[in-house]
Design a protein around this ligand. Structure first.
Ligand code: 13P
Length: 250
């Protein structure tokens, strides 16, 4: 049976105590959830949430990391520090980082290779803006972000990587790509992966959809053949709605 990968990106929300309370609730309620689960709190809450989630079926994720292992990089958090806390996955190339903090594909790729080197599972976010979609550049943007983001990733390492397709216009706007539209882009991503690696690698790849995922649209999105999970922002901040999404099959 297909196992979906449901990941909550808490973004710049929740204090340490709020994060701990949320993690405690999720740990209890989702103990029997059949899906792969992850929450990505802010850096400041990682250690406390790691303690709560230890031994549970919910993995700990980070929302970003620096492109260097160590050194004089004021304000950055290194892959070694994340590993030290028990972080298992890291979200990279989120559109908010690309657009607000000017992260380009080269930087995202550098971080992704570093994450893989240290056994951290990257979630590579890709997605087009509304302007890019409306001007017919969807495939060009997806292709560039995917190919440049995965540059020098070798076949054996690919299974550690998750792709999150997050159309920028659907993030935090309440506008979701229709399941059919999202699936069409996921299919295009699979086509590219098949060319870059092999049809088998492409088929085995986990591709999450992100952008206004909520309890009401999860089942329909997950019923699409090329959608393997969700990267959830707003609806992951509330325990009830994240639980409904994670338990969409019950
Ligand atoms: P929303 O679910 O709030 O649209 O955010 C999606 C997202 O950016 C997850 O990384």
């Amino acid at each position: 049976m297909k196992k979906y990968y449901m990941a909550g990106n808490w973004k710049m929300h929740k204090t340490v105590s709020e994060s701990v309370a949320m993690a405690e609730e999720l740990k209890k309620v989702l103990a029997a959830c059949p899906e792969k689960l992850l929450v990505a709190p802010a850096f400041t809450s990682l250690q406390a949430v790691a303690t709560v989630l230890k031994g549970s079926n919910i993995l700990l994720g980070a929302q970003n990391m620096g492109p260097e292992e160590t050194g004089a990089h004021t304000g950055e958090v290194s892959v070694l520090m994340l590993k030290d806390l028990g972080v298992k996955a890291v979200i990279l190339g989120h559109s908010e980082r690309r657009h607000s903090y000017f992260e380009n594909d080269e930087l995202v790729n550098k971080k992704l290779l570093l994450a893989l080197k240290h056994g951290l599972e990257p979630i590579l976010c890709i997605g087009e803006t509304l302007l890019e979609r409306d001007s017919g550049k969807l495939e060009e943007v997806i292709s560039r972000q995917l190919k440049d983001g995965l540059k020098n990733v070798k076949k054996p390492d690919l299974k550690q990587v998750t792709i999150a397709y997050e159309p920028v216009w659907a993030i935090g706007t309440g506008k979701t790509a229709t399941p059919m539209d999202a699936d069409a882009v996921h299919l295009y991503i699979r086509k590219l992966l098949a060319e870059m690696y092999s049809p088998e690698h492409s088929k085995a790849m986990c591709i999450q959809y992100g952008g206004s995922v909520k309890p009401e649209n999860t089942r329909e999105l997950m019923s699409m053949p090329n959608i393997d999970g969700a990267l959830i922002g707003g609806a992951s901040l509330n325990a009830d709605s994240f639980v409904s999404i994670a338990m969409f099959r019950s």
